[in-house]
Design a protein around this ligand. Structure first.
Ligand SMILES: Nc1ncnc2c1ncn2[C@@H]1O[C@H](COP(=O)(O)OP(=O)(O)OP(=O)(O)O)[C@@H](O)[C@H]1O
Length: 284
């Protein structure tokens, strides 16, 4: 299913949170990346019919986003913050949310869905006993309970340990094979490892829209590695965008974003998605 966003504007009273957004998403996983306050949650809430837009158009194929009832049948949404009844079991939780969406599932179907998110062995466990990652996976099961065409997820891996992050990413990849998935995050690595395309938002505007590969190419020639002593380190920090610094005995190894070579001993290195993202955000 295709999501088409045209000239979208969102104002919170006098504050413009989204400015002329034009984006199109179809099957596969699309990343939405941006610093805090960029407007990602605002965009996602508009796409999920939870927030009215100020102007512009949003279509799911030919259905307008104003048609809330129809859209809610098409999308599954996993917000950043959510909670379950603590004394419900995993099984009861999924059963309950399915019935809220007027979806009738038999026992086998509920267990099958729990298997999709690798929670089948925990079906009898109360949700209050689940870890953060397990809760997030149950959240995904709830979001996809109606087998939606589109899945919208806001920061699904925040606060998870590396193993759970991989699990959640793999689950989204599996779903994205045939459906449209919109993944909002500020974790650059999640995008690098799972998304076919990427939109970067900053201060309410789209500052990049394209493939992960192309945005990395944009940063070619801009990333430098050099070593400095403590005094030089402070000078570099004042003058350049320093992406990272690692102390190695009495020297400091720096990763710097710069159009020009920052020092004689600087070596040009291949950019990562994080470098490319920082280059755009810092307007280097
Ligand atoms: N209800 C509101 N009233 C006024 N301003 C708001 C409201 N909600 C959000 N904003 C402002 O709109 C801007 C975009 O917020 P939004 O939550 O969409 O950003 P975000 O990219 O999702 O950030 P985060 O990663 O911190 O959630 C921010 O400056 C925020 O302060």
């Amino acid at each position: 299913m295709k999501i088409e966003i045209r000239e979208l504007i969102k104002d919170y009273e006098s504050y413009r949170a989204l400015e002329n957004i034009n984006l199109t998403f179809d099957e596969g996983i699309h990343g939405l990346l941006g610093p805090n306050g960029a407007g990602k949650t605002t965009l996602i809430r508009i796409l999920s019919t939870l927030l009215p837009k100020t102007s512009g158009e949003v279509y799911y194929d030919s259905i307008r986003v104003e048609n809330k009832e129809e859209i809610r049948k098409i999308i599954g949404y996993l917000p950043q913050e959510f909670s379950f009844y603590p004394n419900f079991t995993v099984y009861e939780t999924l059963d309950y949310f399915a019935s809220l969406s007027n979806i009738r599932l038999n026992r086998r179907e509920i267990l099958d869905r729990l298997e999709m998110v690798h929670l089948q062995d925990l079906w009898k466990v109360k949700t209050k006993a689940l870890s953060g990652g397990m809760k997030r996976r149950l959240g995904i099961a709830v979001a996809i309970v109606g087998d939606p065409e589109v899945l919208i997820v806001d920061e699904p891996t925040a606060g998870l340990d590396p193993e759970e992050r991989i699990r959640v990413r793999n689950m989204l990849s599996e779903f994205g094979k045939t459906k449209t998935v919109l993944l909002s995050t500020h974790i650059v690595e999640d995008i690098a490892l799972s998304c076919k395309s990427l939109s970067i938002l900053n201060k309410g505007k789209v500052i990049y829209n394209g493939t992960v590969k192309d945005v990395i190419k944009n940063a070619d020639g801009y990333v430098w590695n050099l070593t400095a002593d403590v005094e030089e380190f402070h000078q570099f920090m004042d003058k350049y965008n320093v992406i990272s610094s690692i102390i190695d005995e009495d020297k400091i190894s720096l990763r710097i974003l710069s159009k020009e070579k920052p020092s004689l001993n600087a070596i040009n290195i291949s950019p990562t998605l994080e470098d490319a993202y920082m280059k755009l955000i810092k307007e280097v």
